[in-house]
Design a protein around this ligand. Structure first.
Ligand SMILES: [Zn+2]
Ligand SMILES: [Zn+2]
Length: 261
């Protein structure tokens, strides 16, 4: 029995309404569906929920909970960015995510385009992609500070475009040292990590976040994992979950069934 707890809708940058996502989840036979709208970030409102949209989102998901009671468990979660100012209370669970590296007054998005990644490396890190990656993973190590955090979102998001347009060498010792330092801090927190197949569904990567070498390393240190689709449309719900559950278990990963434990 499947469930997906990383789900976006038209309240942020998704393509479908909560009702459409719930209808598909029911047809697919999921036992639960967790909505995780992008939390408001005041310095970049291009793809998050607005403050009033956040309240409307909560009301709509609450109404769906009642509508689907007994048929599909619906949760009202939030994908909370490290630099969000969204309300802290009233969420069923929170996915803690880093989408920006803060550099002085600037918030540099790491998942918009390979061109922008290279541009930020030039303008803020002396052209050194590893210095950028070190700054990114320093942000990631702070995810447990995110209010209410229950799951660690897309750990190696900075490598989103790396298969198609290499930005850095993921086997480089400085890259490995940067993610291992963040991973150590996160393991200390005991929070589970996502195995997030969203970038596969959208054609950016052939592997989930985190990439298999990182999964193996985390699994060897006892990390727990939750499959998540980062679904921005109904077709992406539970994308390739069977395959990646198999692969993850082969790497020694301990799986959990929901962000509630
Ligand atoms: Zn995200
Ligand atoms: Zn997401």
């Amino acid at each position: 029995m499947r469930a997906d707890f990383h789900v976006h809708t038209v309240f942020c940058d998704g393509a479908a309404s909560p009702g459409e996502m719930a209808g598909t989840a029911l047809r697919l036979g999921l036992w639960a569906l967790g909505f995780s709208g992008h939390s408001h970030t005041p310095f970049d409102e291009s793809w998050c929920m607005s403050p009033s949209g956040t309240e409307a989102y909560r009301r709509e998901v609450q109404a769906l909970k009642a509508q689907y009671a007994g048929r599909l468990e619906i949760l009202c979660g939030l994908e909370r960015d490290l630099y969000s100012d969204a309300p802290e209370d009233g969420w069923d669970y929170v996915i803690g995510s880093v989408h920006y590296v803060r550099a002085g007054e600037d918030y540099l998005p790491v998942d918009e385009s390979p061109e922008l990644l290279r541009a930020w490396a030039e303008t803020h890190f002396g052209g050194d992609p590893y210095a950028f990656a070190e700054a990114y993973y320093a942000e990631v190590s702070r995810v447990p500070e995110i209010p209410g955090c229950s799951v660690i979102g897309h750990f190696d998001l900075i490598a989103k475009f790396n298969e198609r347009e290499p930005f850095l060498d993921e086997t480089h010792p400085r890259y490995a040292a940067a993610w291992r330092k963040a991973a150590d801090a996160l393991l200390e927190s005991g929070l589970p990590f996502e195995i997030n197949t969203g970038a596969i569904a959208r054609g950016y990567r052939s592997v989930p976040y985190p990439a298999p070498p990182i999964l193996r390393w985390l699994a060897e240190r006892g990390a727990r994992f939750l499959l998540s689709g980062d679904s921005h449309s109904p077709e992406a719900l539970c994308f390739q979950f069977d395959r990646w559950e198999r692969e993850a278990r082969a790497l020694g990963c301990r799986m959990i069934e929901s962000p509630l434990g």
